[in-house]
Design a protein around this ligand. Structure first.
Ligand code: NAI
Length: 396
């Protein structure tokens, strides 16, 4: 079929297998260009199909020759209907890994469930014996609690007061004012249940109890802080509470891993266009201004550049892993540079529908958004008849 983008708000209903493959290949090339990383050799990535998780899987495999197991929740294709992009990304990843002689298997299902944890445990036991790095990179709007059965929904709302600020519809470029009402009821608890640390801890407990962690195993989850511009809706909002919980969980997991000399870290990453972040009001405008400044300064990074730097300059150096005063790894250092933030704050005040394409990097935002779904890549013939029925080799 000929596959074209069909945008609906902050999602795209279609995705392009050849474009997703190109996206994966580009990331692999980048990692290879940066040289080998003395990193973990048996890696489990939870949330491995898009964004930071996919970049982590690629960095482990093609930077450190690691065997990888990837867990994700993606829609396979059906006749006449494309898969979700993470499916095609994973198909391409496995193909490239297999071609390179690297072990790569994937599990498609709900990572919050006991069943998927058990499936993963069985696979590690059968194929790898143990793992030495676990990346936790889930971004989900819902979680069915495996013990209580309650379906928790996360919300992206301020706490206490309504928040009014600028936002942009990145498709049309229209800048407008948006008011987000404060959270209510159990919104905070629910958001923590979905995006906080409980499930991460459950994964690590399950792996440790099954004796699947190498001595000295490391686990890393991803967090975000961001500037004061976005803090009402992000870091001081409901999602921020979940990130506080995730960050606190790192210490609890580290305690539990002490007996095997293991360690849990949170890495604070940069704001980037992913399916998760484009759903948060105000953030797309911030990102389009941030991109403009960081590109002008020559310090822009995407997911793959961020994770390459996380591995090579933070996790796997000869020195202790550098952390901030709260024990977090920081790879948002360039985003948070004072001069960068001062410029973004100034542009924020100036931004209008009329000038955004000039003072901001709306084009870059849109292009990244299209790329998430495999559209807009050089070298891909989007007019070609394309088979949507692509398999992930290890998923039967
Ligand atoms: P993403 O939407 O690109 O990736 C989410 C991954 O989670 C996908 O692999 C998806 O299949 C998987 N997933 C979602 N629900 C699942 C479930 N129930 N079971 C199994 N897999 C499931 O998201 P992104 O942006 O890469 O986010 C990953 C982490 O990085 C999140 O914790 C996010 O808060 C954090 N982060 C994101 C930033 C951003 O700007 N995008 C900045 C800093 C941190």
């Amino acid at each position: 079929m000929i596959i074209e983008p069909r945008m609906r708000g902050f999602i795209c209903l279609t995705s392009h297998p050849t474009g997703c493959e190109q996206n994966v290949k580009n990331q692999i090339e980048y990692i290879k260009s940066k040289g080998p990383i003395e990193g973990a050799k048996k890696v489990l990535v939870i949330g491995a199909s898009t964004g930071f998780g996919l970049a982590s899987r690629i960095t482990s495999a093609f930077g450190s020759d690691a065997a990888t197991i990837g867990v994700f929740f993606e829609k396979p294709p059906v006749d006449g209907k494309t898969a979700s992009p993470g499916w095609y990304n994973s198909a391409a990843f496995e193909k490239e890994a297999n071609n390179a002689g690297l072990y790569a298997k994937s599990i498609n299902g709900d990572a919050f469930s006991n069943e998927v944890k058990q499936q993963t445990i069985d696979l590690i036991k059968a194929d790898l014996g143990q793992v030495d790095l676990i990346i936790y990179s889930l971004a989900s709007p819902v979680r069915q609690h495996p013990v209580t059965g309650v379906l928790h929904r996360s919300v992206l709302k301020p706490i206490g007061n309504a928040f009014t600020n600028k936002t942009v519809d990145f498709h049309s470029g229209k800048v407008s004012e948006i008011t987000i009402e404060p959270c209510s009821g159990d919104d905070i608890e629910n958001t923590i249940a979905v995006m906080g640390g409980e499930d991460w801890a459950m994964w690590i407990d399950a792996l440790k109890d099954a004796n699947l962690l190498v001595e000295g195993a490391t686990t890393v989850a991803y967090s975000y802080i961001g500037p004061s511009l976005t803090e009402a809706v992000y870091r001081k909002g409901t999602i921020g509470r979940a990130k506080d919980d995730l960050e606190a969980t790192a210490f609890a997991i580290s305690d539990r891993l002490a007996s095997i000399k293991g360690k849990a870290y949170v890495s604070v990453n940069k704001a980037l266009v992913t399916q998760a972040s484009s759903a948060i009001p105000v953030i797309p405008l911030y990102i389009s201004l941030l991109y403009k400044i960081m590109k002008e300064e020559g310090i822009h990074e995407g997911c793959i550049e961020q994770i390459q730097r996380l591995y090579q300059q933070r996790l796997y150096t000869n020195d202790a892993v550098p952390t901030d005063e709260k024990g977090r790894i920081r790879i948002d250092d360039l985003e948070m540079r004072e001069d960068v933030q001062a410029k973004v704050a100034k542009l924020w005040l100036e931004a209008t529908t009329e000038n955004l394409s000039e003072i901001g990097d709306l084009e870059g935002y849109r292009s990244d958004f299209h790329h998430l779904f495999g559209f807009g890549f050089d070298g891909v013939d989007y007019k070609a008849d394309t088979n949507e029925l692509v398999d992930v080799p290890s998923i039967k």
